[in-house]
Design a protein around this ligand. Structure first.
Ligand code: NI
Ligand code: MN
Length: 227
């Protein structure tokens, strides 16, 4: 089975698990790092970690055009459902078997207000276990928390972590997160999109690889990892 993970800039990702295309937090219009437009992407599923504009992004337009099912917490799914979007609501700690694998929602230390100010429930992240047993953790926007050790205990192939600081973990806390999560590979995201989250990803990668056995994959928006 061939799987890929493509960084679309900021926190937006495209996962291809076998033949299934899954978008995560598809914020493209207004994302200065975006390398694709909402009109050009394909999706069968869209995962939304929390309600903030730079994560919900173009979810509605993409779901309307492609007919994709949106997976998020129950509150965000309720808000999308009222707008005619097909959804599958989950909640923190709960998982479900989809054709592309077992997807569990994890908690995140952050906020989740929706773009129109509606209540977006609690923010989250996702752990995907693929049909060929690869574990991918997408932290979402979060501060560091000690229970990352429990997430790491399942054995992670890839962890996708924010390093931008200001709104999420910064480089030092993201390094500690790698020590807790012990992924084979880590992909830093949520940096250099806006002036408040400027970071040096190469310096962070050097630090992580010096202090942990994890490998850092530094992608440019549009680039992919195969796994
Ligand atoms: Ni956020
Ligand atoms: Mn964000």
């Amino acid at each position: 089975m061939t799987n890929s993970l493509t960084w679309l800039g900021h926190a937006a990702l495209q996962l291809k698990i076998g033949e299934t295309i899954i978008l995560v937090d598809p914020f493209l219009i207004g994302n200065p790092q975006a390398v694709v437009t909402p009109e050009a992407v394909q999706a069968e599923y869209i995962l939304v970690t929390h309600g903030h504009e730079d994560h919900v992004g173009d979810t509605i337009a993409i779901a309307r055009r492609t007919g994709a099912t949106v997976i998020s917490n129950a509150e965000i799914c309720g808000w999308l459902g009222k707008q005619g979007i097909k959804t599958h609501g989950q909640h923190l700690g709960g998982g479900f078997n989809y054709p592309f694998g077992y997807l569990k929602m994890t908690f995140a230390l952050h906020g989740s207000a929706l773009p129109d100010g509606s209540y977006g429930g609690n923010p989250g992240g996702f752990i995907l276990t693929t049909p060929d047993d690869k574990n991918i953790y997408i932290a979402g926007d979060t501060g560091l928390f000690g229970d990352m050790q429990l997430i790491g205990a399942i054995g992670l192939d890839i962890a996708v972590l924010p390093i931008g600081d200001n709104y999420t973990m910064g480089p030092a806390d993201a390094l500690q997160a790698v020590k807790f999560l012990k992924p084979k590979m880590v992909l830093p995201i949520h940096y250099n999109t806006f002036p408040l989250i400027q970071q040096d990803p190469a310096a962070w990668a050097k630090m992580v690889e010096a202090e942990t056995p994890s490998k850092v994959s530094l992608l440019k928006p549009g680039e992919s990892i195969q796994f």
